[in-house]
Write a protein that binds this ligand. Structure first.
Ligand SMILES: C[S@@+](CC[C@H](N)C(=O)[O-])C[C@H]1O[C@@H](n2cnc3c(N)ncnc32)[C@H](O)[C@@H]1O
Length: 230
């Protein structure tokens, strides 16, 4: 079978390079692709780990009314958050302005559903800056902006995984709140750093998520900090 090349739905140049949304045909239906900074960032052929990022954090939180998501991507994590009716407000922080415009324009069904939900506020900003600005507490903070500290797409995101920003993210949690961070591989140094930073009463966990893509096996991972309820 001859595979059709992906079709470009939208494309823009940003200060970080080429940004594009593409779609390709597959036996299971259309597959959407996101290119960020000229690099293939993701497709939605299997978005199970993006969903688990939201589900694992929400299931550990008693009252997840206010949620912050760093990184819109193709909108799967955000949509999984919105499936939880306990969520009253979802703030999504995305670095790339054109991607937010394409979400409002409804270019991809998941992004259209996210942008249309009245509980959503889509903000164009660097999540690292948002975490350190004064503001209200969140019940859940979900970070999926890069592959993880050992395999960055944007070198500028290195600071997000360093102590000051991790501490800021934990400090922004309400009592009983949950921070979850997605990574494309296990990140033992990140796990150790979270254990050092979190309070004695907080719980830290690593979820290892084995994935098979195009015949190859990968261990994706999610790092969780549950802030104590008192
Ligand atoms: C892998 S995608 C997120 C995938 C998303 N979880 C999903 O389910 O589709 C990463 C996203 O984070 C954005 N991003 C990268 N660095 C960022 C930053 N520092 N602040 C906010 N967004 C960022 C990228 O532009 C991209 O949209």
């Amino acid at each position: 079978m001859i595979e059709e090349p992906p079709r470009t739905l939208a494309r823009a140049q940003t200060s970080r390079g080429d940004l594009a949304l593409r779609v390709r045909a597959s036996p299971g239906g259309p597959v959407h692709e996101l290119i960020v900074a000229g690099i293939f960032a993701m497709d939605d052929v299997d978005h199970s780990t993006e969903d688990v990022l939201a589900e694992a954090a929400l299931s550990r939180c008693g009252t997840p009314a206010r949620v912050l998501v760093g990184g819109l991507g193709l909108g799967h994590t955000a949509l999984a958050v919105l499936h939880d009716r306990r969520v009253a407000e979802l703030e999504i922080v995305e670095l790339e302005e054109p991607l937010v415009a394409w979400a409002h324009a409804g270019l991809v069904p998941t992004l259209a559903a996210v942008a249309a939900d009245p509980r959503v506020r889509l903000r164009i900003a660097d999540i690292a800056a948002v975490l350190t600005e004064p503001g209200p507490a969140y019940d859940v903070v979900l970070l999926d902006v890069d592959n993880g500290p050992s395999f960055l797409v944007h070198q500028a995101n290195a600071g997000l995984y360093a102590e000051a920003h991790l501490r800021a993210a934990i400090d922004r949690l309400a009592p009983g709140g949950v921070l979850a961070i997605w990574a494309a591989q296990r990140e033992p140094e990140l796990f150790a750093r979270l254990q050092e930073i979190a309070g004695a009463q907080d719980s830290i966990a690593e979820l290892v998520l084995p994935i098979t893509r195009e015949g190859r096996s990968f261990d994706y991972a999610i790092y969780l900090v549950e802030r104590s309820g008192t």
